[in-house]
Design a protein around this ligand. Structure first.
Ligand code: SF4
Ligand code: SF4
Length: 373
């Protein structure tokens, strides 16, 4: 059978075997292809597959050790600024060297997943007047770990299927997320628990720059997106790194209610409401509890004031739409919740990290703050 490969209707009519054969041929190195052409072809293929898997954007950086970032990370850790995120203190040198995550690492593929939805920002809702509190935008819908992992798995399977014929049987995917510090496979992914500095790689891969609030900012999309990284032994063409566009703006520093953002682009997690209301086990630290304001779970203030988020477009991703009752919930509703999983619908939700007892504790702090004259 001959078909015009540009004709989509004709392609649909191809048998499954023929489509598979063509897909395989497409992934094989063309005779006479130069190493640069092979790299460019594999780069295009992987970027296409990442978008097909459902990611919003993809960028690539050349894998390399990051001694400067390691020094900054170690200073931050030495000052105890990581708060209760003890896992960040585990083996900073591996965290800053992808070669210790994947033996022979050549590239870091960084994928972005937008989560902004068409709902107001923190400062556009009369929270106190209506007896409501704020849940961070990222936690309104499904747990992003679950959403991103599914797509990363799909990406891994399609890359392995496409490239194994030319890379050989030794080329293997991760068969799951990165286990901390295991350097045995060729395509290892993680969503934010792996030993990878995701924002640093995001900037290097051209997906944004690290703003003064330390979050990665895309000049058009703003900062409401999740990041995930794949460390791989496949050599790929890197993208140009993104440059800094914060300029003289200090909106995030000025708006932070706890002065957690330092002048040196470091956030002191011990002062950060987001850290306290998500990561802290048990009662809120008293100094943060006094300043918690309207924040029930997480805090979006330093993102909501960022000018680059002013014009970001909703992503039309149903998974990240607020679950019923979780956009600015009533405090009274939080106090009435009884059963952790059923009442909160916490299955597959990022809210389960703090749990019902923790949410109630924070709700109490919000309420007490409002009673003060
Ligand atoms: S999340 Fe909130 S408390 Fe933390 S740095 Fe941003 S504005 Fe400050
Ligand atoms: S608010 Fe201003 S300083 Fe802060 S991250 Fe956004 S652009 Fe940069």
């Amino acid at each position: 059978m001959t078909v015009d490969s540009e004709d989509p209707d004709a392609l649909v009519q191809l048998s499954r075997t023929e489509r598979k054969r063509r897909a395989k041929l497409k992934s094989l190195p063309t005779w006479g292809e130069s190493p640069q052409q092979t790299r460019a072809r594999r780069t295009r293929l992987i970027k296409d597959l990442a978008l097909q898997a459902g990611f919003s954007r993809v960028g690539i950086a050349q894998a390399a050790a990051l001694p400067e970032n390691q020094a900054i990370l170690e200073q931050w850790l030495a000052k105890g600024m990581h708060g209760q995120m003890a896992w960040l203190a585990q083996d900073a040198s591996r965290r800053c060297d992808p070669g210790q995550v994947v033996a022979g690492a050549q590239s870091v593929i960084v994928v972005a997943l937008d989560y902004d939805t068409a709902h107001p920002r923190t400062n556009q809702v009369q929270l106190a007047a209506e007896g409501r509190a704020w849940v961070s935008r990222y936690a309104w819908g499904d747990d992003y770990h679950v959403v991103a992992e599914k797509r990363l798995k799909q990406l891994e399977l399609s890359v392995v299927a496409a490239l194994k014929p030319e890379l050989g049987d030794h080329f293997r995917g991760s068969t799951g997320p990165i286990k901390p510090f295991l350097a045995v496979r060729d395509f290892r992914w993680s969503v934010d628990y792996g030993p990878v500095l995701e924002r640093v790689w995001g900037q290097r891969a051209g997906l944004g720059w690290q703003g003064k609030n330390t979050l990665l900012i895309d000049p058009v999309r703003g900062s409401f997106f999740f990041l995930a990284c794949v460390v791989t032994s496949i050599a790929l063409d890197p993208d140009p790194p993104q440059t800094d566009h914060c300029g003289s703006c200090t909106a995030c520093i000025d708006a932070c209610p706890t002065q957690a953002i330092g002048p040196d682009r470091l956030v002191d997690a011990r002062r950060c409401i987001s850290h306290a209301t998500i990561e802290v086990d048990g009662a809120l630290p008293s100094d943060v509890a006094k300043l918690v304001g309207d924040q029930l779970f997480g805090c979006d203030i330093c993102q909501d004031v960022c000018p680059f988020n002013r014009f970001s477009q909703p992503c039309a991703e149903p998974a990240f739409e607020p679950r019923p009752g979780w956009f600015a919930p009533k405090l009274s509703a939080i106090f009435q919740l009884k059963d952790e999983t059923a009442a909160l619908g916490l299955t597959r939700s990022a809210l389960k990290r703090r749990g019902l007892a923790g949410l109630r504790d924070t709700a109490l702090a919000v309420q007490q703050g409002r009673l003060k004259p």
